[in-house]
Design a protein around this ligand. Structure first.
Ligand SMILES: [Zn+2]
Length: 48
């Protein structure tokens, strides 16, 4: 599962390139930062 990312969390640029290693990592073409998205389950609602 690969998540789409629109903006670099560091510089706000939109020129992001998916990387093969590590898996799920993205590299910003502008500031060269590499970051990995970690899916977080949504909080449960309505359950005490
Ligand atoms: Zn960036």
């Amino acid at each position: 599962m690969r998540l789409a990312l629109q903006y670099c969390p560091y510089c706000g640029e939109q020129d992001l390139r998916p990387r093969e290693d590590p898996q799920g990592a993205w590299e910003c073409a502008d500031c060269r930062s590499t970051f990995v998205l970690t899916p977080v389950p949504a909080p449960a609602r309505g359950n005490p």
